[in-house]
Design a protein around this ligand. Structure first.
Ligand code: NAG
Ligand code: NAG
Ligand code: NAG
Ligand code: NAG
Ligand code: NAG
Length: 546
């Protein structure tokens, strides 16, 4: 990062904080005020008594706040009084069909079921807030679709499963987190300024190095005077490191993840323990049979070609024979290297984000031998990575989004903010931009992600304004994590923010949440080749819709 872009200063955090100008995200910004305003000092990391980033001067909580509360709504969980046995149990909770079982069901119809949450002693719960995930699976057909779950907020949940293929299907319901465990996660988002920290590496002229702690909030680091502040000129994004013992602030050269903090009490840890997390409920519905309809064995994708701005139904698609069938547009399959090359010819694809998007880049590199990786920087797992086919004028870029990236040590100069990268693109009919943000933001209050999204949204809007023919694709975050640092519950919320931030822009979404939660595969934040192939096929369906 050049000195122009990386400006070390000792200005106060408050003075540096620039509200993004985007009105549409203003409501979301209000959350920043709220979160930071009500934060209490971290339990395990001593905080200096100095000033809080008080936004009292900004006066009232803006009216937009209610919009964000609505967006992130989750039923409140009354405390469990410290009694683990009173939390929701995957062993005693059950589900059953809402109406009598039929010998066969109609393709295109729905199966409805009721989930009844109970505690470890078998007592029905009286409130909602549990995070269940359900699927309808057709293992013989390699088919699957996520179920939609409505919290009736009285300890029961309505489960709706669309019947999209003919043949055998079975229901699987998992308790991901009890409502009490969700309460712990919610409390962490409300009360902690961060659950991880980072390491900054400073280097002097002789090669001598000093390492310190860095983070998104100066108050997590130390006294105001003892902090180095970094502000990205293009995006306004802020970053803070403790002042190194002898080296100056502008000698920051390296970045890596740091420690995962202990932010839970033993009771909270028990609520999030493996033995109660991500557990399948006892089978409540025998396998069902879905009959063919007019000799059709599948619900078909709508005939319209894929393009940005199509509102996505829920679910947005399903798998059949391990192929994702979109329900928003007519997705295509790119099963050969030639079909991929034909689609990408003459295009430059800019992928920016996290490692789940790097999987797309790696998939294309591996599936298409003609795409030659240019491995100059491959030693850094933050990229940038590039693969090219000079004969067909294809360039495929991937680079990690900037701070607060959890990574192995990487040069700070190679960590570019997405906003800066977007600002450097001319765009046009040959430019494809793919963004994936979220997984590295679950370790901070949502305000941090909201701030970041506001900047990225503005940069995407500006890109589309100067070149409306640019294709912008937003990859939502994957299911997989089950801990206090990253969890499906955080991811669910992060995806709500992503959708809201880009809702009124002409972008395409790849619903990776659904695509990583529809098959009978183990949850993994880095899904296997089958899922990645389908995600990339859906991307290519937007690049080459016909
Ligand atoms: C829960 O709420 C739903 C919807 O209001 C209602 O139909 C159902 O009877 C309630 N169940 C219990 C156990 O209170
Ligand atoms: C985390 O901190 C709590 C006290 O706040 C302590 O009881 C617990 O043992 C700690 N856990 C670990 C893994 O260090
Ligand atoms: C789960 O494990 C914790 C210890 O990690 C234990 O206290 C608790 O009783 C266990 N719960 C169940 C339901 O087995
Ligand atoms: C149903 O489709 C199969 C092939 O897909 C065909 O052989 C058969 O004649 C069709 N039956 C009817 C009733 O259309
Ligand atoms: C969650 O549970 C499912 C089904 O029991 C299992 O396949 C999967 O590996 C589990 N995932 C995690 C992250 O524990």
């Amino acid at each position: 990062m050049s000195n122009k872009q990386l400006q070390a200063s000792t200005d106060l955090f408050i003075r540096q904080f620039k509200w993004p100008r985007i009105v549409a995200v203003a409501s979301v910004i209000a959350m920043c005020i709220f979160c930071i305003g009500v934060s209490r000092p971290d339990r395990t990391v001593p905080l200096p008594p100095g000033p809080r980033p008080a936004h009292k001067s900004s006066g009232s909580l803006p009216q937009g706040f209610s919009g964000l509360t609505h967006l992130l709504h989750w039923p409140l969980t009354p405390g469990d009084g410290g009694d683990l046995l009173a939390s929701t149990s995957p062993q005693t909770s059950t589900y059953h069909l809402r109406s009598p079982a039929q010998t066969s069901y109609a393709l295109g119809g729905y199966l409805e079921a009721i989930i009844i949450a109970r505690d470890h002693q078998g007592r029905p719960k009286a409130h909602g807030g549990d995070l269940f995930r359900a699927q309808l699976l057709g293992p013989d057909l390699k088919a699957g679709v996520p179920g939609d779950i409505t919290d009736l907020e009285n300890g029961t949940y309505l489960l709706t499963l669309p019947l999209l293929w003919a043949g055998k299907a079975r229901v699987r319901v998992r308790l991901i987190h009890s409502s009490e465990a969700v309460g712990v996660l919610r409390g962490i988002w409300r009360d902690q300024w961060a659950t991880v920290d980072f390491t900054g590496y400073f280097r002097g002229p002789t090669g001598y190095e000093e390492t310190v702690t860095c983070n998104v909030n100066p108050l997590l680091i130390g006294e105001e005077e003892g902090t180095c502040h970094y502000r990205d000129e293009d995006s306004g994004e802020l970053w803070f490191c403790a002042r190194p013992p002898t080296l100056p602030c502008d000698s920051l050269v390296g970045h890596s993840s740091g420690r995962y903090w202990n932010v839970t009490t033993p009771h909270e840890e028990a609520l999030l323990a493996r033995n109660v997390t991500n557990k399948t409920l006892p089978q409540g519905i025998p396998p069902i049979w879905v009959a063919q309809e007019n000799n059709r064995s599948l619900v078909l994708s709508p005939p319209q070609p894929c393009h940005p701005g199509i509102p996505a139904p829920r679910p947005s698609g399903f798998y059949h024979q391990n192929v994702w069938h979109s329900l928003s547009c007519s997705g295509r399959s790119f099963s050969t290297a030639d079909s991929i090359l034909g689609c990408l010819a003459g295009r430059v694809v800019h992928m920016m984000g996290d490692s789940t998007l790097r999987q797309w880049w790696e998939y294309l590199r591996d599936a298409v031998p003609a795409l030659k990786p240019v491995d100059l920087h491959a030693t850094y797992h933050t990229g940038p990575l590039m693969a090219v086919d000079t004969a067909r004028a294809i360039v495929l870029h991937w680079r990690a989004h900037g701070w607060p990236l959890r990574s192995l040590r990487t040069p700070v100069a190679a960590l570019h903010s997405v906003v800066r990268e977007l600002g450097g693109l001319a765009g046009g009919p040959h430019t494809v931009v793919v963004l994936s943000l979220g997984a590295h933001f679950t370790t901070f209050p949502p305000s941090i992600f909201v701030q970041r999204l506001a900047g990225v949204r503005a940069a995407v809007a500006a890109l589309l304004a100067r070149e409306p023919r640019t294709l912008v694709v937003i990859k939502l975050a994957n299911t997989g994590y089950k801990s206090v640092y990253g969890s499906d519950w955080f991811t669910l919320q992060v995806n709500r923010l992503l959708r809201a931030a880009f809702a009124d822009l002409r972008v395409a979404f790849v619903d990776a949440w659904e695509m990583t939660s529809s098959l009978a595969l183990p949850d993994s934040v880095h899904p296997g080749r089958c899922v990645v192939r389908n995600e990339v096929d859906f991307l290519l369906s937007h690049v080459c819709p016909t």
